[in-house]
Design a protein around this ligand. Sequence first.
Ligand code: GRF
Length: 182
Amino acid sequence: MKIAVFASGNGSNFQVIAEQFPVEFVFSDHRDAYVLERAKNLGVASYVFELKEFDNKTAYEEAIVKLLDEHQIDLVCLAGYMKIVGPTLLAAYEGRIINIHPAYLPEFPGAHGIEDAWNAGVDQSGVTIHWVDSGVDTGKVIKQVRVPRLEGDALETFETRIHEAEYKLYPEVLESLGVERK
Ligand code: GRF
């Protein structure tokens, strides 16, 4: 089972995945994303297309689909990919794209799941991995875990605990979907 990871920025989830599973390539939509540095250090191939280099999002996603097809990718793992998956990519790969979200969906969807949960004053949030559909963080849940907000937590410590839960959950889910470890 061949996997590709999509990330827009830091890439710490990519790093955790790539240390445990063979990753065919990482794709980023930003040329200066730190994930590309991580890929280089780990010896993982990387590709970058920026949306602004194309006439429109359809053409951008057609290029992505071509890349996925050429590499015969079975599963696309979104990990901090900050774009909504559009109809072109979805038409070709729906059912083969998963995403990690740093909250317990359907609670706190969107780009600021950790801060939104924190600002709402919840006593627990969580992490979710789900199939990607045309909505924002609405697809069928594969697995999710709760992460408590502890007494004495600051946003930073809470955030660190959420990320630690992510680094455990992604490998568990990949294994459960039949991706073989290195
Ligand atoms: C993670 O918290 C992930 O859940 C969210 O974006 C963040 C990406 O972090 N979608 P990183 O790039 O993997 O470090």
